[in-house]
Design a protein around this ligand. Structure first.
Ligand code: M6R
Length: 359
């Protein structure tokens, strides 16, 4: 029940620190070790490549998952949109392992790919929020998000839950393979820091309501930009905004703007830059200068350790592979408030259903 909340989306955004803590509780012990089924680990250990398959927001959680699995477990990882994989599968490696990310466990596009994977005889894992869902039953293994029901059509806590669970799994897999990035990564501690940081962000809601009112409430279009892991977040942030506010929004690799899309920037066009990746921060900032010079209304969402005077939204610092868990929170809130300010039903955007069970 949504209780005192006007909309489920806001409730579910607020629940994200709890989702982090619940994942820590379900998958780690007090001494910080990770509990993952041995059979699943054995199967993943044998794989020479991971294939993450998903749709929509879950696909975006997969994009971050690639960074996490490659960073912590050093296993090459590909991420595929389910509806594309279905009819145009890539050339597979010798020993593929498939990971299906799906909040509902019922998405038809993903089910179709899993049916094909089963026909090929490969093992698979479904990461889902719904026990006994179709994708859970049909995959070899399941890991549950324990996020509580997600009712709002716009997915929020499932996205952050999926990323956190990918980190837990990658930590354990990397440890098994003796990768130092994984052995030195205390996932329970890092996710606790994330939960605290998320709490700080959701406690400052008024700020985002104000930014939405100034920059997004009446705009025709908007951009989220970023590089590397920040580009992954930009894509999810854009989906969130367009889905609930109907503002045409693109999530763009910031360096790619100048290759054509910058032509769309006009006086006042909102360009929201995500800057959490130290390696690329300077470069994204130089892209914000390019759009500023063309009249854009630039809003920076920046990790505290990279912040400069004038940055509008500051994120608490967390491990470099987990920054999407924080960066997405203000973006979810911006989408929520923009939708409200435009007078829409936040939980039930037009033309959409909670789970897409047709191809
Ligand atoms: O249940 P799933 O995670 O498989 O759903 C996938 C997409 O349909 C879903 O994430 C959709 O993009 C959301 N409405 C996004 O907020």
């Amino acid at each position: 029940e949504k209780g005192a909340y006007p909309y489920y989306m806001l409730k579910e955004i607020d629940e994200q620190p709890t989702v982090m803590r619940s994942l820590i509780k379900h998958y780690t012990t007090d001494d910080g070790s990770v509990i993952i089924d041995d059979a699943l680990l054995d199967s993943m250990k044998k794989a020479d490549r991971l294939y993450i398959v998903a749709a929509g927001t879950s696909y975006h959680a997969g994009l971050v998952g690639k960074e996490i699995f490659e960073g912590l477990a050093k296993v090459p990882t590909e991420v595929h949109v389910a509806s594309e994989f279905g009819y145009n599968p890539p050339i597979l490696s010798e020993k593929p392992f498939f990971i299906f990310l799906t909040q509902s466990g019922e998405t038809a596009d993903s089910r179709q790919v899993l049916a094909q994977v089963n026909k090929w005889g490969y093992e698979s894992l479904t990461i889902t929020n719904v026990e006994n869902s179709t994708l859970s039953r049909e995959a070899t293994f399941t890991l549950l998000l324990y996020a509580g029901p997600e009712i709002a059509v716009a997915s929020t806590k499932a996205y952050t839950g999926q990323i956190a669970l990918e980190a837990i799994l990658a930590k354990r897999l990397g440890e098994e393979k003796d990768v130092s990035a994984a052995t030195s990564f205390n996932v329970a501690r890092e996710l606790t820091t994330v939960a605290n940081g998320m709490q700080e962000l959701v406690d400052e809601k008024g700020q985002y309501e104000q930014i939405a009112a100034n920059a997004l409430a009446t705009t025709r279009n908007a951009f989220y930009i970023g590089r590397a892991i920040d580009y992954d977040v930009a894509q999810e942030a854009a989906l969130k905004l367009k889905e609930v506010s109907y503002v045409q929004t693109e999530g763009f690799a910031s360096g790619e703007l100048k290759h054509g899309t910058i032509a769309l920037i006009e006086e006042g066009t909102p360009v929201i830059a995500i800057i959490t990746c130290a390696k690329t921060a300077k470069h994204t900032r130089s892209n914000t200068q390019e759009v500023l010079a063309r009249g854009a209304n630039v809003i920076n969402i920046v990790s505290r350790n990279l912040a400069e005077d004038g940055d509008q939204i500051i994120l608490p610092d967390v491990h470099s592979l987990l920054t999407p868990l924080l960066a997405i929170v203000p973006c979810q809130l911006l989408a929520y408030y923009t939708s409200l300010q435009r007078g829409y039903d936040v939980d039930k955007p037009r033309n959409l259903a909670k789970s897409v069970t047709v191809e």
